[in-house]
Design a protein around this ligand. Structure first.
Ligand code: ADP
Length: 402
């Protein structure tokens, strides 16, 4: 079964084609700058194989439909492509950011499902319309091919009300569904399942803390295999310090800025999402640049690292209290997989709680699942590469086999 995974953004489409008989990646690509003066498509065919081929094109990509067409042309190029025709694709898995309270599971796309994703646009005004564009284009180009929506929020629908409610007038929840939803669910679920497999125990018996540190960052408390709390909230802004997003702030900062700094709500929203986090603190949002700056004596870069890892540690402590017994802590995504300093600082001082890192094991970039805790650590510590495309393809396959 060949599954095409589509992650459609406002001006880009990320895609991956997988052969699910052995989960091999047949092609992986990105269409960027859709709707701009010059667009770019890059696709790696047969990555890792002896005949791996990178195809790059700079051309105007007017809209998502032309972007998707370009991708399909490369995939089905008779000389070098990986499929003979569009009909070779058995199913499509779409990443959808916000499923609100409507979706607890990956779901076969029907007119009703599309309407529900549309209904949830107010909860994710930037993401859901872009995801819908990708779905509509794929439905047109691949008429008759089953399509599955995989929601970033679905894994977190098991979070109980005492953890998902904000202490606001209850009518806001009843009328507008204002509550904590959580994101990165596909990634947290994937690494939690991987961790269970590696530990040789059923996921349903495990209590885990999953830490996803990329451009976006979030942490999830997993109890008996289910998400019971997470740091991202109504939108992907709450919780940990991210590349450009603030994470937790005092909500009164909004009114302070409005009254004293002549900022309107749009400017505040933009600042919290795009000019805060690591970037706000030191001007840099890539952790590799931050380490370089620290090596050059940049004090603000050091402060940014301290603020981020302190916040991480604070939430690890909170989720240890939520779970009581913790079997393992997992690090994943760009920073979580590659940055031994962030991992070490996040867990430093937690030794009295049975969390003991093995410095030698930790001192590396994680290319495959790796145990990072020492033998005497009561809580196992794992670095596990996330693979959202594979997770989406597996979920889509499972829906079709049902
Ligand atoms: P996204 O959330 O966009 O999927 P990723 O999970 O790819 O992001 O993470 C991107 C981030 O990972 C980069 O901004 C960078 O800070 C970090 N990163 C990538 N490689 C390294 C590295 N070798 N060392 C430290 N940080 C890294």
């Amino acid at each position: 079964m060949k599954i095409l995974v589509i992650n459609s953004g406002s001006s880009s489409i990320k895609f991956q084609l997988l052969d699910m008989s052995d989960e091999a990646v047949l092609a992986s690509g990105l269409v960027e700058r859709i709707g701009e003066a010059e667009g770019l498509i890059k696709c790696i065919l047969r990555p890792g194989a002896a005949d791996e081929l990178t195809v790059k094109k700079t051309t105007v990509v007017a809209d998502h439909k032309s972007g998707m067409r370009l991708a399909v042309d490369i995939l089905s190029d008779p000389r070098q492509g990986v499929i003979a025709a569009r009909g070779d694709i058995d199913a499509i898995g779409h990443r959808v950011v916000h499923g609100g309270e409507d979706f607890h599971q990956p779901t076969l796309l029907t007119a009703d499902v599309l309407a529900a994703i549309e209904k949830n646009i107010p909860l994710a005004p930037l993401h859901n319309p872009a995801n819908l564009d990708g779905i509509r284009v794929a439905q047109e180009l691949f008429a008759g091919v089953p399509q599955v929506a995989i929601f970033d929020t679905a894994f977190h629908q098991t979070i109980p009300p005492h953890a998902y409610l904000y202490a606001l007038p209850y009518e806001l929840y009843e009328k507008h569904r204002i509550r904590r939803y959580g994101f990165h669910g596909t990634s947290h679920k994937f690494v939690a399942s991987e961790c269970a497999r590696l530990m040789g125990r059923p996921l349903e018996e495990l209590n885990l803390i999953s830490i996803h540190l990329g451009n976006g960052c979030s942490m999830t408390a997993v109890e008996n295999g289910k998400s019971v709390d997470t740091t991202l909230g109504l939108t992907p802004l709450e919780g940990l310090v991210m590349g450009t997003r603030s994470g937790d702030v005092d909500p009164a900062i909004h009114s302070f800025l409005a009254r004293n700094c002549t900022m309107d709500i749009e400017a505040i929203d933009e600042m919290l999402n795009k000019d805060s986090g690591l970037k706000g603190l030191c001007g840099l949002n890539d952790m590799r640049d931050i380490h370089q700056a620290i090596a050059n004596g940049d004090k603000r870069a050091r402060l940014a690292l301290d603020v981020q890892t302190y916040r991480n540690k604070k939430y690890v402590g909170a989720f240890m209290a939520v779970l009581g017994r913790v079997d393992a802590i997992i690090f994943t995504a760009g920073i979580g997989e590659n940055d031994e300093v962030v991992r070490e600082m996040t867990l430093r001082g937690l030794e009295p709680f049975g969390v003991i890192m093995d410095p030698a094991a930790n001192n590396q970039r994680i290319k495959k699942p790796t145990l990072l805790s020492s033998r005497e650590s009561r809580v196992q510590i794992w670095g596990i590469p996330t693979n959202e495309e594979l997770a989406i393809a597996r979920e889509a396959k499972a829906v079709l086999e049902k």
